[in-house]
Structure formats: structure tokens, C-alpha cells
Design a protein around this ligand. Sequence first.
Ligand code: TPP
Ligand code: MG
Length: 568
Amino acid sequence: MPGGPADGSSAASDFSVSLLAEFLRLGVRDVVLSPGSRSQALALAAAEFEKAGALRLHVRIDERVAAFVALGLAVESGLPALMITTSGTAVANLHPAVLEAHHSGVPLILLTADRPPELRGIGSNQTTDQHGLFGTGIRFVRDIDAPSHGGHDHAVVAELAREAFAAAMGHSDAAGPVQLNLAFREPLSGVVRLPHPLPSATSLPSTTPLPSTSSGSVRLTAAPHTVVVAGHAAGEQAESVARALGAPLLAEISSGARFGPNLVVAYRELLNDPSFGGRVERVIVFGHPTLSREVPALISRPGVDTIVVRGAESEDYNPAHAVGTFADSVEVVGQPDPDRSWVGRWVQASRALVEAGDDLPRADAPDAIDGSVTSEFQRQTLAALRAPVTRRSLAMSVWKASWPHDRLVLGASRLIREADKVVPGKKITVHSNRGLAGIDGTIGTAIGVALHSQADEQSPGVTRVLLGDLALLHDVGALHFGAGEPRPRMQVIVGNDGGGTIFDGLEVAASAPADSFDRVLYTQHTADLSAIAAAYGWRYVLASNRGDLDQALTASAGQVLIEVPLPR
Ligand SMILES: Cc1ncc(C[n+]2csc(CCOP(=O)(O)OP(=O)(O)O)c2C)c(N)n1
Ligand SMILES: [Mg+2]
């Protein structure tokens, strides 16, 4: 240890142990890191804590992937993961996940290593202005000078960790990302001395958000022509409020409220119908609606009274600035709408619309009386299995294969919308990065979700990721697991239509020159997905028909990339 004390210790390592220990006391369990010199004290301390069984460590070479893994861990656990990086562009690579966490209210604690002040601003290698790099996308940032030989004050370090943890958890504001920019001087690491006993989360502060202030609480009574909208991450309360009001429930696929007797799957069509959407007078919104144009159009319509119940998001949902009331919480008082025909008509009309659009070839069961299997039935079954996969049948197959112990992560673009249009109610955990709806980081996020949901070795679940081909290519580096990294059970299901076909549905597809449109929007590719799978050690399945797809979806061991060819 050049320049260090004779006992091999270093101020950098002692400080790092103290800081990580305090985060462990606060309840943090997962640490994600990418390699680097300046951050070595934090990284080596994390490695020793992992060996001692005090935390789970996840190492990724790409900071962008690593930060999305941390985001997924936090989405699944409700607790911030620590994200450790070295200095320079490494820190900038955290930015996409930081912005997603900021907009969707997901806790994240960045520990970014830096050079001390005397080495900044003089052209030192790998040194930039890391304080303020994330601008307004961060809840809390502290620039901490390098720990020195004289030892650090444990109380000060503990207070720093507590402040960062509380800010990330949203104890006084919305939950989100925080940054501790930590300078380190030489020697950058030394002997790691873990505390005894090892820290554990005995004094864990509440991990649930603080109760909302009573001033922001709104009492709701049933009123005619009300609908409840459940956007992303709305949570189960949206469903219970819809039931208590006797109102139709327009629940997006990642709302956490897509179930129950009042669910209206075909909400887009019905909102466009004057005898349904045209009659709505009051809208109660939970979560962050992003998947349709119809919901914001409804709220923007004059005469519609909207109440938005605030969730984890950093911004209040307010299309056309037309929302009349924002509430921190709601309570339903009184009886449901006595006119059951309002909700009944929505639910029935939705069912009829979904059934009418059903493109699945049916193999009607043979007459159950004698159990005989007719050749006609066999023929129909075979035809159903051999039918090509459509976006709709892909969404339905993935949905049908998934159960409460599984996790489903949906990429941004067409497939989440297609799924949102058709899948029936089912209480399964669905995540999608809807804070900014980026096509980046989908696989990394899903790996974080999978790692946490399968942390208990008894957990039987599998995490399925359904995404487009460009979203896959964007985050292909997330498929890489370094030696010794835990590999969760995962199915990455890629609907491959050769490029970004969501743009085909926009007005520009008709107005722009076809060749230019293809070059700059569709962005065709011919990447060999089987070779990509092989390169990263994933199994590969080409599912060209519905039978192959259903078979692949039910074989849940290991890591598999399932390619589903789709027409443009
Ligand atoms: C990081 C990021 N870059 C660009 C976009 C804009 N964008 C939205 S959808 C899309 C194409 C997605 O293509 P693919 O994943 O193949 O899905 P498809 O539309 O073909 O179903 C793009 C580029 C985005 N949302 N996020
Ligand atoms: Mg595509």
C-alpha cells in the first residue's frame, strides 16, 4: 500500500466500510457495482461484506446496464440498491436509469467515486464535474471530501447515509435517485476490516412511504358516470376504489390493478364511443397513464371533473392542465353507485369487443360425454399450434404463461400497447419503465427484478421480458453475466419485426418519403439473434408458430432468448 500506514489500513477503506455498514443498518441489501480504480475501496469493502453474507453484490462491466439492474432491484424490493462507480464517463452512464428512477419515483443511491478537489479542473485523467451532472433529475447530492488518515467521524458518516437513504425513500418528498459524490486520495484502498457484529437492519426505518398529510386526503362518494383510471404503478387501491364506487376500472397493464369485476380491457374503443366515453363526467386517476391517447383526451375535455391521486411519480399527471383536484390519498364513503347498469354496460361491451378481435384459431373441445377425440378436433388443434404468431397472440401467450410467482417486464413500444389492448384481468406482477418510456435498459431492469424476486432459493418463479427487436439490440450488453454472477431464471421474448414498427402507425409514415422513413425511423437491421444468444451463453429458441412459442414459454429453467418473427 504505497503511502499508507504500516498496518495496511487506508482511510478510503475504513470510510467505505463505515458507509456501507450504515446503509446495511438502514435496510439496504443489494449493491451493484462496475469496476474502476477510484472506487476500489467501496468495491472491495462491498466484496468483503458479501463474503460475510451481509449483502448481495452484483457486478456489471457496463455502468448503464448496472444502473438499470439497480433500478430493477429497487422496483422489486421497494428499497434502494447502492450503485458504485468510478469517476468520469462511468458516472454519466448512470444517467438513463437515474432519469427513469426520477420520473417513476424509484429509490436509488449512487456512490460515485471522484478525485479530491486539488485534482479537479487541472486536466487530471478521468476527471470531470460530477457534482451536478444529473441536474434536477436527482433528489439529493453531496460532494464529500476524501477521508484522511486521521480517521473519519462515524457519526458524520452515519448521518450522511441516513440523509441519503431518507431522501431516496421519499421520506420528505417523492422517492428517487440520490448521489453521494465521494472523493478518494491515495492510497485508494487498504485492508478491509469489517465491523463485529456485522450490521443488520435492526433499526430499519419504515420502508413504506410516509402517510400522506390529511389536508391532501379526499373523501369520495359514488357519483354518476364516474370512471377510475389506473395508470402505471397505480397499485391495488385503484381496483378497490372502482369497486367501492361501482365505477368501471380502466387499468393499464402495468398498473398493478388489472383485475376485478369492474375491469374494462377495451377502454380505448369505449372511450372513443359517445355512449360510453362521451358520457363520462368524473375521472379518478391513480398512477401514471401513458399507454393511450384516449385517457388524456378524456381528461382534457371540458366538463370532465378529474381527481388525480398522487403516487410515486415526481410530476403530477395533468394533461392539458385540466385536472381539477390533486389528492395525496382518497377514501370512499357511502355506497356504490346504485345504478349498476353504468359499470355493467362497460364491462359487457369490453368483453364483446375483445372477443370480436380474437384472432386465435379455436380448437373446440370434443363432446365431453364420451371423451372421444374426433379427427376434426385433432385437425383444429394442429392448425392452432401451427398458426403464425401475431402480436396479439404473442401478448396473450406470454400473459397466459405467467403466474403470481413470476414477473413480467414489458419493453416500451408496440408490444406493451398490444398487450394492454387485449389481456384479461389477472393478478400478476408486471413492470415496465414508464417514467420516460425509454427503449433502453429493459433487460437490465428485468434482471434486477428477477434477481430480487428469486433471491429466496425456494422461489419457483421465472421473469419474462417481452420486448421489440430494437429494444433488445439497445440493451444487448445486459445479457452478459460475468463469471460467478448469479443467473436468474429468465425468458427474453423478442418480437422481431426487423426494426421499429411503432413508427409505421404514425402520420409521418404516410407523409415522409418511404426510403427516408425506413432509413431514419424504421431503422431496419439483420442482426442474428441466435448468434447474440450464443455469444452471451443464453439458450436460443426460434418460435415461428404458436405451438413452439407455448412450449418455449413453459420450459422455465435457465436463461433463454425466444425469438418470435413478426410481420412488419
Ligand atoms: C432510449 C430511447 N430511444 C429512442 C426511443 C424512441 N423509440 C420509441 S419506440 C422505438 C422503436 C422500438 O422498436 P422495437 O423495440 O423493435 O419495437 P417495435 O416498435 O418494432 O414493436 C424507438 C426508437 C425511446 N423510446 N427510447
Ligand atoms: Mg421491432
